[in-house]
Design a protein around this ligand. Structure first.
Ligand code: 4NP
Length: 154
């Protein structure tokens, strides 16, 4: 099994959105049995919480199930348990590296470095623009899935 972990700050807006979007793309392309997806926050404020209402709304509008999305914090074991650890912005990347004790490892990736877009996914908790974030997350997931398929020859 190939394992992907999306990471943002609170684990209620961007990373659970990416988790649900990638899961749906995996299902569409027939790879659900090969790739598992999870998400976590670098902060602990929303442990056990549901995603933000704005994330739930945009997922619903796009017919993407939000099942099983519950806030949790990144922990040290995640480094060994996941093959791709994907941060939403540069601050996430710095925090992931520090929390996992891995200053520079290729499995820790900034999401939009895989695309032609501006490089950080804007945080809709502060911008209020869940549509903009959704479009970027959708493109990022397509690019990540293409990379996973290439890396693993699937
Ligand atoms: P996220 O957004 O990192 O995309 O989940 C945030 C959610 C909550 C907070 C910050 C960012 N917060 O400070 O509670």
């Amino acid at each position: 099994m190939i394992r992907v972990l999306f990471v943002c700050l609170g684990n209620i807006c961007r990373s659970p959105m990416a988790e649900a979007v990638l899961r749906k793309q995996l299902e569409r392309q027939g790879f659900s049995h090969k790739v598992e997806v999870d998400s976590a926050g670098t902060g602990d404020w929303h442990v056990g919480n549901n995603p933000h209402p704005g994330t739930l709304k945009i997922l619903e509008e796009n017919d993407i199930p939000a099942d099983g999305l519950k806030g949790r914090q990144l922990h040290r074991d995640d480094f060994d348990e996941f093959d791709y650890i994907v941060g939403m912005d540069q601050t996430n990347i710095a925090d992931i590296r520090s929390m996992l004790g891995q200053p520079d490892h290729p499995k820790i990736l900034r999401f939009l470095d895989l695309t032609d877009h501006l490089k950080d996914v804007p945080d809709p908790y502060f911008t209020g623009d869940f549509e903009e974030t959704y479009e970027l997350v959708n493109d990022g997931c397509e690019a990540l899935l293409a990379k996973i398929r290439e890396d693993h020859g699937i």
